[in-house]
Design a protein around this ligand. Sequence first.
Ligand SMILES: NC(=O)c1ccc[n+]([C@@H]2O[C@H](COP(=O)([O-])OP(=O)(O)OC[C@H]3O[C@@H](n4cnc5c(N)ncnc54)[C@H](O)[C@@H]3O)[C@@H](O)[C@H]2O)c1
Length: 253
Amino acid sequence: MNTQSVALVTGGAGALGAAIGARLAEDGADVVLVDIDGDRVARQADRLARETGRPVVGLRADVADPDSVRAVVERVADGFGRLDHVVNNAALNRRADLASLTEAGWDPVMKVNLWAPALLCQAAVPLWKEAGGGRVVNIASRTWLSGGPLAYTASKAGVVGLTRSLALELAPLDVTVNAVAPSMVVTPFTRAGRSEAEFDAFLDRHRAMTPLGRLASPDDVANAVSFLASDRAAFITGEVLHVCGGAQLAPSP
Ligand SMILES: NC(=O)c1ccc[n+]([C@@H]2O[C@H](COP(=O)([O-])OP(=O)(O)OC[C@H]3O[C@@H](n4cnc5c(N)ncnc54)[C@H](O)[C@@H]3O)[C@@H](O)[C@H]2O)c1
């Protein structure tokens, strides 16, 4: 990655978004963390700037809202003059099964997890045209293969379809588009809505189904994003990189 590159990471206030932002900053990028939680993303950005010694800014935006996304891309263009790497990491999960599924639960998941990555890529096209290329990394999930919570899993399978389609559409601009599909990482996202005992049992099941015998860490995910965002991955597009310790080969626990 050259020293002038600029990376935008959505969901940058969250556990994985912050780890990805830190890794891209260590790789030499200027980093823009974007999150709907403005206070938290500002704090993460300050922390990463201190820890990495790189320019890291935090911006509040709703990635599912077209005006908000356009405004954030304009701020990046004004502040940095370019946008090289887009990491679509923000997501919502609702664990409703078929019996309890509602439109009100389904729609926000699709908006944030699937519509937002398309929206951000659309807004970034003029900057990629100007720069002569770019990199997109979409964060999917092992569940796209194994099945899982309905709306979440459908959205993540959609992210894979979006990745493959955008890889074709953006190839003439020399923009590569790939997905990273992690297995379980302990974050507030996976802990939410589970009692301590339920969560411990959930983690045990995940360790047991993982051939490499442990859970994924935020750094495992960030390292995969770093590779796909780098020049070393210049000829890779339309791929899904599973960061699962082999658990993508196993049935769901
Ligand atoms: N944690 C895991 O086990 C795991 C496994 C596989 C895939 N993933 C994926 O990794 C990504 C990050 O997960 P995480 O565990 O760090 O979750 P997290 O909940 O810690 O982070 C998600 C972030 O997205 C932000 N966000 C939500 N809606 C938004 C919106 N409309 N606009 C802007 N920001 C918004 C949230 O505020 C939050 O900071 C997600 O795409 C998730 O699906 C996570």
